[in-house]
Design a protein around this ligand. Structure first.
Ligand SMILES: Nc1ncnc2c1ncn2[C@@H]1O[C@H](COP(=O)(O)OP(=O)(O)OP(=O)(O)O)[C@@H](O)[C@H]1O
Length: 764
């Protein structure tokens, strides 16, 4: 590489440092020309506008026509910054636009543009069904004027409704529904049963949340198989009385737990004095470890709630019940057993894909969120996406106060209630963001005792979430919710009808209070962003205590022994401010590392899934299965009617491919859970995983052929032969779920830790 090239590449690396963003200059230059088209376009009839929309080609024309359609369809003229955002999305970037800047409309113009540029159909991927439905309906008049069809998919949609929605130019769908549809489509035996067309372009809403926070969440399609309950219940009973410190220790980061020698001895005694580390008890050891995880690390009303006799997971970030989400196999049943509920059937995994891998199936991806810069390096690392920061339409005048830090939790809680009461007495609306549902409820009790009425938004009333959040800016309102709840819902000053706007604005607008710093600064920034939208007055502050989890876990050493404080107990030591910032950065680093690690495991499975999907597609759309049988079993195949042979060969081969893939997934998950590794000792888990996964996959294709030939040979065919009539019965009921936070990595650590402890324990 020559000197100038090296310089260029260094300069480029400088430009691409985390936090650096795309230059908007070239796009800004188009704005005057777009504006110049307004008069001429406004003179067109609706029909003429629609016709013009159908032939637009460049960014300039797309934006000019998009603007005119929005003006007519919604009575809102898109701001220049919204057009800049739309162009950033058209050029495949993640647009960072502050909360309330009108991302919904921005995405609409971009979706139209993508269709015009030949990148359709476009999927706008949302974080939930509510937003998919709302945005599709809200933007429909604009799409109609642009001559495009729009649809939305939700959990309740029938296959035909899904097919219709996906047949539109633009489809709004939550990322999980889209992923599940993809997985179901991978299992059809008749092309007509598919609902999704080939994936082309995704516009990802709340991009940081979907692309980073949810990236490693696997979406799972399962078939009904009876679950075994008893070992799980037995293991839950074994760990029920165990105590922290004495019987087990929890790692500082709260992510893993390990038996102490005393704990292990207690469990082994209850089992009649067996040695759990004996190879014959490997299954039991695994069950007991999972039960301990459920017992020690998962807390009711924080990680899950129990409703109508079943365990429902709480989405840690949003603080609301995560629909159809489960922990990985075993853990879910262990929590159910801990709560004394019948364990639900595990089900056989028929297909699975992580959110990140699903997104990667779209040849074109772009996205938008209020907080992208902070994850700029991760967006680049995992998706090759760059961030474009779009300036606000009206400058933000929100006043963000420095953290108020107290020595103890109790002092913090008291000061928090006092501050809320002071604001409430004046009528200034307050939105409090808490870290979890339990904290929300505790705060509500404190507020009630102080005579402050409040509305608590928690996982248990998620149906009304949007409506409640929309009123958070009303005069005198006090709303308590977890930090992430209600993302995407507009908070207007003076209530959803803005009736009291002036009075509330005079009081300083909405006051957002965080009851603690989240693990990620991004989530804190999102919370702050709920105040001061579109140039509204507003304020934000976070209350922190040195006993908060985040500080204890990640900055224990950095906190001075006796920090400076003022008379009110407020810590005024700059070193403490630094320690809190530091704790957050460490937590962010830990999460990034977990993401990277999980992804390294998924890469192999992903390649295998893709290779098999291609094979399946060929089986489905060609006669390769029949040709294989003609070659391998000529006596029988040549005698059969051609159509019948093609039909039978295809069904049998698809059946075996799907079955073997399901078996393969089960095997991989066992490998990952460490069942094999435990016997193998301390080897690099990732290497070990590859060593098992690659040959297992290579054996798959010959095995599909062998089983296809066997079934073909054994089956009697007549003209009316149907797959269902033979032994080729597919799992009848299928359902879908998301696997919550993958504890495998930490489980391995835990196992290694417990093995280590075991080894160092004195021989008995
Ligand atoms: N060009 C415009 N002119 C007037 N009002 C607009 C314009 N664009 C958007 N709005 C209004 O601004 C409000 C916020 O829009 P929207 O909900 O799309 O914001 P957002 O950026 O998605 O916010 P969030 O980060 O909460 O998702 C809506 O009430 C919308 O009608």
């Amino acid at each position: 590489m020559g000197v100038s090239q090296r310089l260029k590449s260094r300069f480029r690396r400088f430009l691409q440092r985390p936090g650096t963003t795309v230059d908007l200059g070239p796009l800004e230059k188009l704005l005057p020309a777009i504006e110049g088209r307004e008069e001429e376009l406004s003179a067109l009839t609706d029909a003429e506008l629609t016709e013009a929309a159908g032939s637009a080609t460049g960014y300039e024309e797309i934006c000019a026509i998009g603007r005119e359609a929005a003006r007519r369809g919604l009575d809102q003229r898109p701001y220049d910054v919204q057009l800049l955002g739309a162009m950033a999305l058209l050029s495949g970037k993640v647009a960072e636009m502050a909360t309330g800047e009108g991302k919904t409309l921005t995405a609409t113009i971009a979706a139209y543009g993508h269709v015009r540029l030949g990148n359709g159909p476009v999927h706008v991927l949302t974080v939930n069904d509510y937003l998919a439905r709302r945005d599709a309906r809200w933007m429909e008049p604009v799409y109609t004027l642009l001559g495009l069809t729009v649809g939305s998919v939700s959990e309740a949609s029938t296959p035909q409704e899904r097919r219709d929605a996906y047949a539109c130019d633009v489809t709004y769908v939550s990322v999980s529904e889209a992923g599940f549809d993809y997985l179901r489509d991978q299992l059809v035996t008749d092309l007509d049963d598919r609902v999704q067309p080939a994936l082309r372009t995704a516009i990802v809403d709340e991009a940081d949340s979907i692309l980073i926070d949810e990236a490693r969440v696997p979406m799972v399609l399962a078939g009904a198989v009876g679950g075994e309950q008893d070992p799980v219940h037995a293991a839950a009973a074994l760990v029920r009385g165990l105590r922290k410190g004495k019987h087990y220790t929890v790692a500082e980061d709260g992510r893993s737990v390990a038996f102490t020698s005393a704990g292990l001895a207690a469990v082994e005694a209850k089992l009649g004095g067996i040695d759990l580390y004996d190879t014959e008890h490997v299954g039991q050891l695994s069950a007991v470890n999972v039960a301990l995880h459920a017992h020690a690390l998962l807390h009711r009303d924080v990680d899950y709630i129990v409703r109508d006799g079943s365990v429902e997971l709480i989405d840690e970030m949003r603080g609301r019940v995560a629909q159809r989400r489960r922990w990985p196999d075993g853990l879910q049943a262990a929590v159910e057993a801990k709560e004394g509920l019948d364990a639900t059937a595990e089900g056989e995994v028929l297909g699975t894909i992580a959110v990140q891998a699903y997104i990667a199936l779209y040849p074109k991806v772009c996205g938008m969120t209020a907080t992208a810069v902070l994850v700029g390096d991760q967006l680049r690392e995992f998706f090759g996406l760059e961030v474009a920061v779009i300036p606000p339409n009206t400058p933000c005048v929100r006043s963000d106060e420095p953290d108020r830090i107290y020595a103890t939790r109790a002092e913090k809680d008291e000061a928090l209630v006092d501050e809320i009461r002071r604001c409430h007495d004046k009528g200034r609306p307050v939105l409090v963001g808490t870290l979890d549902v339990k904290e929300s409820e505790q705060l509500a009790v404190g507020l009630e005792a102080a005579g402050v009425p409040c509305v608590v938004l928690n996982a248990k009333n998620d149906d009304d979430e949007a409506a409640i959040i929309a009123e958070a800016g009303a005069y005198g309102a006090v709303t308590v919710s977890t930090q992430m709840a209600g993302r995407g819902v507009d908070i207007r000053l003076g209530g959803s009808d803005s009736a009291d706007r002036d009075r509330v604005a005079e009081l300083g607008g909405l006051y957002v209070i965080g009851s603690g710093r989240h693990d990620s600064r991004r989530v804190d920034d999102q919370l702050r962003g709920r105040a001061g939208r579109q140039g509204d007055p507003g304020g934000s502050v976070f209350f922190v205590s040195l006993e908060d989890d985040l500080v204890v876990r990640h900055a224990g050493d950095a906190v001075p022994a006796s920090p400076r404080m003022n008379a009110d107990g407020l810590v005024t030591d700059p070193q403490v401010d630094y320690a809190v910032e530091h704790a957050q950065r460490v937590a962010e680093g830990v999460n990034h590392e977990i993401h990277r690690n999980t992804w390294r495991y998924s890469v192999v499975i992903e390649q295998q899934r893709k290779a098999l999907a291609e094979r399946r597609e060929r089986l489905l759309t060609s006669d390769i299965a029949a040709l294989m049988l003609l070659e391998r079993v000529p006596e029988k195949a040549e005698e059969m009617d051609e159509d019948l042979l093609a039909r039978a060969a295809r069904s049998i081969a698809l059946f075996h491919l799907d079955r073997l893939w399901a078996e393969h997934l089960a095997e991989l998950s066992e490998v990952r859970e460490g069942v094999h590794l435990r016997a193998l000792g301390r080897l690099d888990p990732l290497d070990e995983f590859h060593r098992a996964a690659v040959p297992a996959f290579n054996a798959l294709v010959p095995e599909i052929e062998a089983r296809t030939i066997a079934t073909f040979t054994e089956t009697e065919f007549d003209e009316d032969w149907e797959p269902d009539a033979s032994t080729l019965v597919r799992p009848s009921a299928t359902w879908t779920y998301l696997v919550h936070d993958n504890p495998f990595g930490s489980e391995l650590d835990r196992l290694i830790a417990s093995v280590g402890r075991r080894l160092s324990a004195a021989p008995r």
